[in-house]
Design a protein around this ligand. Structure first.
Ligand SMILES: Cc1cc2nc3c(=O)[nH]c(=O)nc-3n(C[C@H](O)[C@H](O)[C@H](O)COP(=O)(O)OP(=O)(O)OC[C@H]3O[C@@H](n4cnc5c(N)ncnc54)[C@H](O)[C@@H]3O)c2cc1C
Length: 656
């Protein structure tokens, strides 16, 4: 156990709130590795590793079987870290498919393909091979399984990694830690963090990282920073003791087993916890989210704040189902005393939350991170803090991906609920539409688009946008015949691809109009507008770029990595309009604003997305079509050349 340092500091270069969990401790480790000094780690528990953290209750599985590239990178990086430092037992892991579950079998095949793309070693195996690897399985109940030979367990516990990481940072003279010292407030001046308040005194600092897990939203609230996550209950039950593993020296005797058809997993506890079986379950119908304010509610809390009482009735059904594939659980009976409902974080889009908050400069987040991703995500956060860039593109975890409306409490709750339903269970389609908080934003054309039979399957950044229109089906019969058939239902799901493709073919032949009103628009105006955009853009947008010229460009980082992909129109000598992608608007706004502020430049950045609609009129006949409404002279090549930007009020035909 790490000893408490004695003298309380009055200042620090970095303060980490939540040093006793896997994320805070790994962050200190990486910051120290990168040469950061004077880091103060605060922990509200009385000990490090924290006994009240989610980390203290984690099952410590590490599988690398997701469909997302950044997730695979984070897990792979973390597993290597655990392995290199002697904290990993590679026993392999199974993901079983129940007898008649065709959908899961298809999903396992897709997972194998994703695994190939992202460099993992997963493969499908037969039911008998699965039984061989995990003898407690009922072979008759399953069709087969996916085998991840690299899966394993963080050993002895992820808490031991916490201790190791904290001690390493201390040995480098970089870190001091204070237990029983919760952060109780933050000092903020001119939009920047200047200090962290505790009941032992205030620490002056201009960099704070909250690595406070499920308590993150409470920390953020004190600083005026919304932290979009919700704690969710995760029942963990113990069965046993299991006679076969009594007296073992190992931390894990059998491989790990996941049964996503039942949203559950099983593993043995090896030589720890009396040699039991551990059964964990993710509620997939009515996940029990917990208001951050209700963490520690004495009527519901058991032993530690991130542990709640368990009601067996709530899990009776999946437990029965678990007996089908692993009947031994039923024979052993459960140990009520040690079973509990652990709390962990779920977010509105299932991604982690990393980076400097858009609301308060110097106030960083490293939140909603699994143990399996802890070292990797902490590494990304540390790189971003120290170097302003990361070794892999982490936009999918970047906190600035969220627009303010997506961080409103109700939005966070309902979207997190939807994500919690799919933590484990059904194969989630990449185009799976969200149900809650639809029609957050609609364009002025929305009603008309609905009349035309618009397919509003998915929203982007809260905007409804049609993927195709039913009314075009008959009109485009000729093109429909040219559209190649998508054989797999999975490829057809949630997309009216026949009509959408026919629309595109028709547009290439003649003309088509696309509503792009979900594209974010920012007007940048002021003496330094040109300087800001010239620095950030790879293409020339200033200098002798004429007014009325539209430029398609990227913002690149110093290694040439693409940071933004957008158009910039020069509207005046010091006036520009930026139009960017729906999912990227908030992040691009943060980039522009931060550069302006960091360089002390002078320009207003006005978000105009909700004032101005965007329509694209494209195809070889676009000019003729527009000529019905606008004086064709205005559209002549000399008046309206390629990549021209004009204000329509000057060219709109008078009779219209
Ligand atoms: C039952 C269960 C099983 C799990 N199994 C797995 C698994 O198999 N694999 C996996 O990858 N993940 C698993 N997880 C998830 C994993 O445990 C968490 O995602 C991870 O531990 C989160 O780490 P963290 O450091 O962000 O948060 P935590 O571990 O919760 O640490 C946050 C720390 O912040 C401290 N803190 C909070 N507020 C303050 C304050 N005001 N001032 C100072 N300190 C403060 C807390 O005391 C705590 O120590 C499981 C979780 C549970 C509950």
């Amino acid at each position: 156990m790490t000893k408490r340092s004695s003298k309380f500091p009055s200042d620090a270069e970095v303060v980490i709130v939540g040093i006793g969990g896997i994320v805070g401790s790994m962050l200190a480790y990486w910051l120290a590795e990168m040469g950061q000094k004077n880091i103060v780690g605060l922990e509200k528990s009385t000990i490090i590793p924290s006994d009240i953290a989610s980390t203290a209750h984690a099952s410590d599985f590490v599988y690398n079987t997701t469909h997302d590239k950044l997730g695979c990178w984070a897990t792979n990086f973390s597993r290597n870290f655990y392995e290199d430092n002697g904290f990993f037992l590679k026993k392999g892991g199974l993901e079983i498919c129940r007898k008649d579950d065709d959908a899961r079998w298809e999903e396992l095949k897709r997972k194998v393909e994703s695994g190939k793309a992202f460099g993992t070693n997963v493969r499908l195996i037969s039911a008998s091979e699965a039984k061989e690897k995990f003898p407690l399985l009922d072979e008759e109940s399953i069709r087969g399984a996916m085998w991840d030979p690299d899966a394993g367990l963080v050993t002895p516990r992820s808490q031991d990694v916490v201790n190791f990481a904290v001690e390493s940072a201390k040995e480098k003279g970089a870190l001091s830690t204070y237990t029983d010292t919760p952060a109780v407030g933050f000092e903020i001046k001119d939009g920047r963090v200047t200090g962290v308040k505790t009941d032992k005194g205030t620490i002056k600092t201009n960099k704070v990282v909250i690595a406070s897990g499920i308590w993150g939203p409470l920390m953020g609230e004190m600083a005026g920073v919304p932290v979009p996550l919700m704690p969710v209950e995760h029942p963990l039950l113990f069965f046993g003791p299991l006679p076969e593993i009594q007296g073992t020296d190992e931390f894990l005797v059998y491989p790990l087993l996941r049964d996503q058809g039942n949203s559950a997993y099983v593993r043995d506890t090896g030589r720890l916890h009396g040699g039991m079986l551990e059964w964990g379950y993710y509620e997939d119908k009515e996940p029990r989210l917990v208001d951050p304010e209700d963490i520690g509610n004495p009527e519901k809390t058991m032993i530690s704040d991130s542990m709640r009482y368990l009601d067996l009735e709530e899990i009776a059904e999946p437990l029965e189902k678990a007996f089908e594939t692993t009947p031994i659980l039923n024979e052993l009976g459960w140990d009520e005393k040690s079973s509990f409902n652990g709390l962990l974080s779920v977010t509105p889009d299932a991604g982690s939350l990393i980076g400097e908050s858009p609301e308060v400069r110097g106030f960083w987040l490293c939140e909603a991170v699994w143990v399996k991703d802890g070292p990797g995500c902490a590494r990304l956060c540390a790189e971003s803090m120290m170097h302003g860039k990361t070794q892999v593109d982490m936009h999918a975890f970047d906190i600035s991906r969220f627009y303010p409306a997506q961080k409103e409490k109700e939005f966070v709750k309902t979207r997190s609920f939807e994500n919690a339903q799919t933590i484990y269970t059904p194969a989630v389609h990449p185009r799976e539409p969200y149900i809650s908080h639809r029609e957050l934003y609609v364009s002025p054309f929305y009603e008309r688009e609905k009349e035309l039979g618009g397919f509003f399957e998915n929203e982007v950044a809260g905007w409804e946008r049609a993927l195709a229109y039913e009314s075009n089906k008959e009109k485009l019969n000729k093109y429909l015949k040219e559209v190649p058939v998508r054989e797999n239902e999975w490829d057809r799901r949630h997309v009216p691809y026949e009509i959408a493709n026919a629309e595109h073919l028709a547009m290439s032949d003649s003309v088509g109009m696309i509503n792009l009103s979900h594209f974010p628009i920012m007007d940048i105006e002021g003496p330094d507008a040109e300087r800001i955009l010239e620095y950030l853009s790879v293409a020339k947008v200033g200098g002798n770029t004429p007014e009325g010229r539209m430029i398609y460009t990227n913002f690149l980082d110093e290694d040439g990595g693409v940071h933004a992909d957008l158009t910039i129109s020069r509207l005046g000598s010091d006036r520009y309009r930026v139009v960017t992608g729906g999912a990227d608007g908030n992040r691009d706004w943060v980039t522009l604003r931060n550069y302006r502020d960091d360089m002390g430049l002078n320009a207003d950045i006005n978000i105009r997305t909700h004032d101005i609609a965007t329509l694209g009129l494209w195809g070889p006949q676009a000019k003729n079509a527009l000529g019905h409404f606008i004086d064709p002279n205005e559209l002549a090549i000399e008046n309206f050349p390629f990549v021209a930007a004009k204000n329509p009020q000057f060219i709109w035909r008078k009779e219209n």
